[in-house]
Design a protein around this ligand. Structure first.
Ligand code: TXA
Ligand code: MG
Length: 338
């Protein structure tokens, strides 16, 4: 198929909504990453998402809505904690998991009886969903396994010819996918860290448990609370290795171990590394790191790096989201430099 490239004007959004209404897939910007949308009520439309991405059928999708009132019909119950979190952080980079109603086909949730829902803050995403008048299922608009797209060019590189259209809304501001929190148990359970931090959830809900899989490899045979966490993820072609330690220790390590063709993803101001570098933000600025990390992973492949050594971010606040993505890109390979 020929992919249509759309701007964010009214005529383009009308065209995108028309395609979605016809059961096609359309990529659109959100504040986190670009999403690949389809009509969440239609199993046939949603099947096109899985096919275009090459996504495993058991990896559930997030359903996007444009207003709080649209949540009720999609879920069996809205716990009071969810209402409080929505008041605090919706619209925004927070996805909440509820018990799924019959309105949404089971295939959207990869067969689970729960449903992930998000109300994005990006004006283009909201206007598009509002024009559709139905909930829009949307995973990140990348080929399954590759880094999430934060520009329309990233979407095109992965999905051109496989989807009906892409809306170009410029770069995404947050840069990593939404926080995913499960509210179907008692205490909010954080499955994927993002722009709404565990501390921010605790401030509203009183408590928040962080799933083990956020920072640890799943043990063989263990069941993933979030199926997405069991797959290799966010990975460029280059081998990625995290280096934890001081800038001086990293420079010394690379002087000894780096080979021709290797590169580094480092903090702003880390100038003494003996390999070609890209920077992804100041060491104390996780929001900047989040905004740049996926574009840098893609750039590593454009530059043909064989191994990409990454300055390991802090796990504090939003740093946990950046660390979680890099850890998966690195298939959990971290070198401790003391
Ligand atoms: O920021 C975002 O969330 C972006 C934009 C487009 O909204 N979307 C996104 O979707 O990142 P995706 O499909 O790439 O990631 C969804 C994650 C996966 O890890 C999936 O396993 C988890 O959410 N998930 C979805 N539904 C779930 C459910 N019912 N139970 C547990 N985990 C779920
Ligand atoms: Mg994804």
């Amino acid at each position: 198929m020929t992919t249509e490239y759309l701007d964010t004007g009214a005529a383009s959004l009308a065209r995108a909504a028309e395609l979605l209404r016809a059961g096609e897939t359309v990529a659109f910007p959100t504040e986190t990453v670009y999403g690949l949308g389809a009509d969440a009520r239609s199993a046939a439309a949603v099947a096109r998402i899985f096919e275009a991405k090459g996504r495993p059928q058991d990896n559930p999708l997030i359903v996007h809505i444009a207003a709080w009132e649209e949540l009720g019909p999609l879920v069996l119950e809205i716990p009071p904690t969810a209402q409080a979190l929505a008041e605090a952080y919706w619209p925004g980079p927070l996805t909440m998991i509820f018990r799924r109603s019959e309105v949404i086909p089971a295939s959207v949730s990869g067969g689970l009886d729960t449903l992930a829902v998000r109300l994005p803050s990006h004006p283009v995403a909201r206007e598009l969903i509002r024009r559709c008048g139905f909930p829009v299922a949307a995973p990140s608009a990348n080929r399954s396994g590759s880094p999430s797209p934060t520009t329309a060019a990233h979407v095109a590189a992965d999905l051109d010819g496989r989807i009906a259209a892409v809306i170009d809304g410029g770069p995404c501001s947050v840069g990593v996918e939404s926080t995913v929190v499960d509210l179907t148990g008692g205490v909010p359970h954080l499955l994927r860290p993002g722009g709404v931090t565990a501390e921010m959830i605790r401030a509203v809900a009183g408590a928040c448990e962080v799933d083990d899989a956020v920072t640890h490899r799943l043990r063989d045979g263990a069941r993933a609370a979030s199926p997405g966490m069991k797959y290799k993820h966010y990975a460029p072609q280059a081998r990625v290795i995290l280096l934890r330690g001081s800038s001086e220790a990293r420079a010394a390590y690379l002087r000894e171990h780096a080979q021709e063709g290797d590169g580094a993803l480092c903090f702003d101001g880390e100038t003494s590394l003996p390999v070609p570098t890209m920077t992804y933000g100041r060491e104390d600025d996780p929001a900047a790191q989040a905004a740049h990390v996926f574009a840098c992973l893609r750039q590593a492949d454009e530059r043909g790096f064989r191994t990409l050594y990454v300055s390991c971010p802090s796990e504090e606040g939003m740093g946990l989201a950046v660390y979680n993505r890099l850890l998966r890109a690195a298939a959990f390979e971290v070198i401790e430099l003391g």
